[in-house]
Design a protein around this ligand. Structure first.
Ligand code: PLP
Length: 384
């Protein structure tokens, strides 16, 4: 018997390529495709995903949240542009120059410090100005624009912002896109103000996956998809909006499968309790499989007594609470199950499939969270 690993994530290279092709086609040849690898590449493993993305000429940029992620991109061979969407400490801003990063700007202090560093080194710095248009998150308000324009003009290394950006608050959660329209209007107004202030950005970007899929007018010069790269729709509402416009559900294929092996099989009599808190009790003789995955690995404890896994193409219900490193599945009705047989937590087995979307539904959350919280410690295996 050959047991390669007890618990792992498989990444389909073919699906990733397919999704990149779909997104590049949506973006069209004139736009820049910036792929999000934040949150450990949405749980898929940043090192593995970045190594694969280096092979695709369609991908010009990576977007990350943190400086640590930007460093990891460089360490894994990414030589093209990197946009850092999240904050960087002032004392760490020299990394923007040494690693050639493009930070999103939403603090005056950050911009001024970058200007100082850039002027001192005589190196131009590409920044992206994040505009607050109604997400109530990172971004600068209209009133703050003159203050920022002064800093841009003070430091020659800054010039004008390379990019102007915004992020939609309510594009994937609804089929009514009025609020997105309002945000887009505010964005265009703020761009006019920037022009009047004499700091016209070279490129504009607003489009997450849902915006890119649904609305041409959000695409501007660069698009920033995340979840769709990994083969997942941002939401049911996004798919519905797309479908009602005549689109077909063949744009994306899931890249990730999450698997483990059965590490113990046992028989329990009727009336036996299973797991912490004795939340499950058998009603008949039960065959139980112990699985080496728990909430430490990112399998949500909220899935206790709710989720299913797949074994030999059949559904096995999770019994009792999900533990820190272990959980239990009922295999009474699945014939022929053996020790170290493969178990699918997310993905296909025979004709059956469990999707990240189904798991998210059971856990009361969204596919993004189910994927992003898969522990970075789970080994990643790249397959064809
Ligand atoms: C995460 C993120 C994206 C990508 O969003 P998806 O819905 O995963 O496509 C785009 N822009 C910003 C600013 C983000 O934070």
């Amino acid at each position: 018997m050959k047991v390669e690993a007890l618990h792992w994530v498989e990444l389909s290279q073919r699906s990733l390529k397919y999704n990149i092709h779909s997104l590049a086609t949506l973006a069209g040849p004139k736009r820049t495709l910036a792929v999000s690898v934040k949150a450990n590449a949405y749980g898929h493993g940043l090192p593995e995903v970045v190594s694969l993305l280096t092979q695709y000429p369609e991908v010009d940029y990576l977007t990350v949240h943190s400086l640590a992620e930007a460093v990891a991109c460089r360490e894994n061979g990414w030589t093209k542009a990197i946009m850092v969407l999240g904050p960087i400490l002032l004392q760490e801003l020299d990394a923007v120059l040494t690693l050639n990063l493009e930070p999103m700007i939403f603090n005056r202090q950050t911009l001024a410090q970058l200007g100082k560093l850039g002027d001192k080194a005589g190196v131009p710095i590409r920044t992206h100005l994040k505009l607050e248009t109604g997400t109530g998150r990172q971004g600068i308000t209209e009133k703050e624009l003159p203050g920022f324009s002064k800093i841009y003009k003070k430091y020659s290394s800054l010039g004008a912002p390379y990019g102007a950006a915004m992020h939609f608050a309510n594009i994937e959660d609804t089929t009514n896109h009025e609020y997105a329209e309002l945000q887009l209007q505010r964005f265009l107004n703020m761009l006019k103000l920037l022009q009047q202030l004499g700091i016209t950005p070279q490129i504009r970007h607003t489009a997450c996956s849902a915006a890119l899929i649904l609305f041409e007018k959000t695409r501007f010069e660069l698009v920033r998809p995340g979840i769709a790269v990994y083969g997942h729709w941002p939401s049911k509402e996004t798919y519905l909006s797309y479908y009602l416009k005549g689109g077909k559900n063949n744009l994306f294929k899931p890249v990730l499968s999450w698997k483990c092996r059965i590490t113990q099989i046992k028989k329990l009599p009727a009336d036996s309790f299973i797991g912490y808190g004795c939340t499950y009790r058998t009603t008949s003789p039960t065959r139980l499989a112990v699985l080496p995955v728990g909430y430490f690995d990112g399998y949500d404890r909220g899935l206790s007594n709710l989720a299913y896994v797949l074994i030999n193409g059949k559904r096995a219900p999770i019994r009792g609470r999900v533990c820190m490193n272990l959980m239990m599945a009922d295999i009474t009705d699945i014939p022929g199950v053996k020790l170290f047989d493969e178990v699918v937590l997310i993905g296909q087995s025979g004709d059956e499939e469990i999707t990240a979307e189904q798991v998210a539904g059971w856990a009361g959350t969204i596919n993004y969270e189910i994927l992003a919280r898969i522990s970075p410690q789970v080994p990643k295996i790249v397959i064809q």
